[in-house]
Design a protein around this ligand. Sequence first.
Ligand code: ASP
Length: 280
Amino acid sequence: MKIIIHGGFFSESGTNQETKKAKQDALSAIVSQSHTYLQSHTALETVIYAVSLLEDNELFNAGLGSQIQSDGKVRLSASLMDGKSQKFSGVINIENVRNPIQVAKQLLNYDDKVLSGGGALDFARDHGFDFFDSVIPQRQQEYEQKLAQSTRIGTVGCVALDADGNLAAATSTGGKGFEIPCRVSDSATVAGNFANEYAGISCTGVGEDIVSTALAAKIVTRVTDGFTLKEASDKSFAELKTFDGFAGIIGISSKGEVYHTDSHPYMVWAAFDGSLQVFN
Ligand code: ASP
């Protein structure tokens, strides 16, 4: 059983040492709690659990404390992929719900598995998700000062491998901040979040770059075709570099390989891979 989580690519920009430590502590506590949860739950249940905890923590750009789009509204995107059933579900630009990953969980049971905007919100309300305002004073202040570009904070994600050898991945984001209203993030696409029986990947970084190279799906496909997780990631990142793409990933393979990018100092992650590891 293995688990890795991330707190996004931009987590350190514009933050002080105190905030950095708070993020490390939060990731460390959440990965430990989620690892315990994984002992008696599936990979799918665990990635939903871990990402919900990350969404509830205002230090990260997902759920509570998310970035605000250029029209002053928060729109959230999240997705889920069950490696065992190969089912993907997600919400794009949903407003006023607390845990978008929980809405994605509900959608996994439906034929129509990815919903956006008003349709996603109607679906959530029909399924008992109450109104929730995810704006925190700090994000509002940043928005008002038009400082979002220099205070970006991270998307969140989780990949888990359970006792039965099944993999799942989940990713949730408040987006880039100050984007054109309703811009579509990679986080609720197979470019930003993908899993099958061989590997699971969750991405962070510039959504447009991640989509351009179909990053998560490509890495998982390469592992499926026999690459190690590291080889698959290295080759895919070399391709990303050809157009100066900007991304970070976490991943686990069915062989138990645990991988995270370390080429950039700003992606924070934590893993339980035999023992607790935390890094940013
Ligand atoms: N990938 C996210 C997006 O482009 C942003 C991030 O990872 O911080 O919406």
